[in-house]
Write a protein that binds this ligand. Structure first.
Ligand SMILES: [Zn+2]
Length: 171
C-alpha cells in the first residue's frame, strides 16, 4: 500500500498517511492530520473550523439576499403607491381647485418626497464589513438615501405634471 509522508503541523513529527485514507494520526502528539485542498498537511480540527466558518459565511450571504429581496419588494410597493396617490391627489386638485384638496395633495407629496426615502433608507439591509480595523457599513446610508431621492423625486414631479395635464384635458 502506498503511503504519503506528512509532517505533523502540531509537533513536526512524520505522519504516514495511506493514500486511500484521508486522516492520519500523529504517533507522537496524537493530532489528527489531513490534507487540505492545496495538498498541505493541516490539523483536522483546523480544517473543520474553516469549513464551519465558510458555511456560516454562506448562510449569512443567503440571509442577506433574502432581506435585500424583501426590501426591494416593499420599496416598489411603497414608491408605486406614492406615485398613484400623488397622481390622484393632484388630479383632484386640478379638477376640484379647492384649497383643502390642494393642501392635502401638497402635504402628501412632501411626505412622499422627503419622509418615505428616509424611512426606506432606515430599512435598507446594509452590511457591516471589516475595513482594516474598523467596521463600516456598506453601502453607506447616505448613499442609499441619495439614490432614493434621485428615484423618488423625479418620479413624483412626473406624476404631478401628468396629473395636471390630465386634469386640464378633462376640463
Ligand atoms: Zn504531532
Amino acid at each position: 500500500m502506498n503511503t504519503v509522508e506528512l509532517e505533523c503541523p502540531n509537533c513536526g513529527a512524520g505522519v504516514a498517511l495511506a493514500e486511500r485514507e484521508h486522516i492520519g494520526v500523529c504517533p507522537y502528539c496524537g493530532s489528527k492530520v489531513c490534507l487540505d485542498n492545496a495538498g498541505n498537511a493541516v490539523l483536522l480540527q483546523k480544517l473543520e473550523k474553516e469549513i464551519e466558518q465558510r458555511d456560516m459565511i454562506g448562510q449569512n450571504e443567503e440571509a442577506h439576499k433574502k432581506r435585500l429581496k424583501n426590501w426591494y419588494k416593499w420599496a416598489y410597493i411603497i414608491i408605486g403607491s406614492d406615485l398613484i396617490l400623488s397622481f390622484l391627489g393632484w388630479y383632484l386638485t386640478g379638477t376640484d381647485r379647492s384649497v383643502a384638496v390642494g393642501s392635502v395633495s401638497m402635504l402628501m407629496s412632501l411626505f412622499f418626497a422627503v419622509i418615505i426615502p428616509i424611512f426606506l433608507m432606515a430599512a435598507y439591509p446594509c452590511r457591516e464589513v471589516m475595513k482594516g480595523k474598523e467596521i463600516t457599513r456598506t453601502p453607506k446610508r447616505s448613499a442609499v438615501l441619495l439614490k432614493l431621492y434621485g428615484i423618488e423625486v423625479p418620479f413624483l414631479i412626473t406624476s404631478v405634471l401628468a396629473a395636471y395635464i390630465v386634469a386640464k384635458a378633462v376640463g
